[in-house]
Ligand binder design. Structure first.
Ligand SMILES: Cc1ncc(COP(=O)(O)O)c(C=O)c1O
Length: 371
């Protein structure tokens, strides 16, 4: 977010800057959502919705989830939250006690760790590299010493920052491990819909004890509308509803009403078009980075990111990102945010910029490094 501030400041000062640091689509909400939002302004009072969310939206999410993955998901198990971020807070509070251990992949999305630590949970890192395509495995969970056995396991597929997708068979093994070991599997499926070809499974295909987390922020291109959802096992419905009643009252009403239109055929056709732009940016990075000497990275299967090893040019990714934005007007996200162990030698690039800007960023980087 600091890099984002720098980019905005530079742009205000008229300095040309290519933004490869942000984790959000540059596109807006689909047209069908905008029309529904306009209509809803006049059609209802937009007061509080039900605490667990507008029934129609819950039905829509449930039927999308059922038909996409061939599972039976009931609207009764869906809770609408203020972005998936709101869902994490509610589900962590519902599942964990102070001092409980949670296993996370490293590298991973930094907010899990920040929220968990602020709630007094203990984080155990599942250190991942290319040998498992930067994703955790059931074998890693098995290998944890007894004092680190987790109460919950969080998986993210497609990953942030890696963009890699967990193989459905491995997700099944992780789900089985969690059931066998009394741990709650929390599956962050925020980047579903964004695959460049690999199959994406939902954790609910393998366990109805798992918590599935979803959002309108990524594939649906509606970050600021703040709508996410949890698909919960029966035993967590009342605790989460009670927590939601105190934490949020409800997610934004206009976004809930209009958000339903994001699942329509017209909206999906528009949204699928965005994936071709991310795929083009991915291809540009896969072609250009090796030419300038960067050959170690996580090859993204989906999502919005490209995780790149920069250890031959820096040991301090944060300082290096600041240096680059000043020197060549290219903004990357420092890896240290995502990986406290090795992240000082990695950066995260975003696939959201247009292909020509992505290639230009690589050209500037190569010229700066004399390569
Ligand atoms: C892996 C992951 N999970 C959750 C979120 C939070 O998204 P939101 O609260 O907008 O749904 C993000 C945002 O970047 C993310 O990358």
């Amino acid at each position: 977010m600091q890099m984002l501030d720098i980019v905005h400041r530079r742009r205000r000062e008229g300095k040309d800057t290519i933004m490869l640091c942000a984790g959000q689509p540059t596109t807006g909400a689909p047209g069908a959502v905008l029309e529904a939002a306009e209509a809803s302004l006049h059609a209802s009072t937009l007061g509080y919705t039900e605490v667990v969310g507008d029934r129609d939206l819950r039905e829509t999410v449930a039927s999308w989830h059922s038909s996409t993955y061939g599972v039976e998901t009931s609207a009764d198990n869906v809770v609408i939250t203020t972005g998936s971020s709101g869902g994490f807070v509610a589900s962590f509070l519902a599942v964990l006690d102070h001092g409980d251990t949670v296993a996370l992949s490293c590298p991973g999305y930094p907010a899990y760790r920040n929220i968990l630590e602020s709630l007094g949970a203990r984080v155990v890192d599942l250190v991942c590299d290319e040998s498992t395509r930067f994703q955790p495995t059931a074998a890693m969970l098995d290998a944890l010493p007894v004092e680190d056995k987790p109460k919950a396991v969080i998986v993210t597929s497609p990953g942030n920052p890696s963009g890699t997708i967990i193989d459905p068979a491995e997700l099944e093994r992780i789900a089985r491990w969690c059931e066998d070991n009394g741990a709650v599997l929390i599956s962050d499926e925020d980047y579903h819909g964004m695959s460049f070809g690999r199959p994406l499974a939902t954790a609910r295909q393998f366990s109805d004890r798992a918590i599935v987390v979803g959002t309108l922020s990524k594939y649906y291109s509606m970050t600021g509308w703040r709508i996410g959802w949890l698909i919960l096992p029966d035993e967590l419905l009342t605790p989460v509803e009670n927590l939601q009643a105190s934490l949020a009252l409800c997610a934004p009403a206009i976004s809930q009403v209009a958000g339903r239109a994001a699942f329509s055929a017209a909206a999906r056709a528009e949204l699928d078009g965005h994936i071709t732009h991310y795929a083009a940016a991915r291809r540009a990075l896969l072609e250009e980075l090796p030419k300038i000497g960067f050959t170690r990275f996580a090859e993204p299967d989906g999502g919005l990111y490209f995780w790149l090893d920069v250890s031959d040019v820096t040991d301090d990714s944060e300082a290096w990102c600041h240096e680059l934005v000043d020197a060549i007007g290219v903004a990357f996200a420092p890896g240290i945010d995502f990986d406290p162990v090795h992240g000082h030698q990695w950066v995260r690039l975003s696939l959201c910029a247009p292909e020509d800007q992505t290639r230009e960023a690589c050209r500037r980087l190569g010229a700066y490094l004399g390569r």
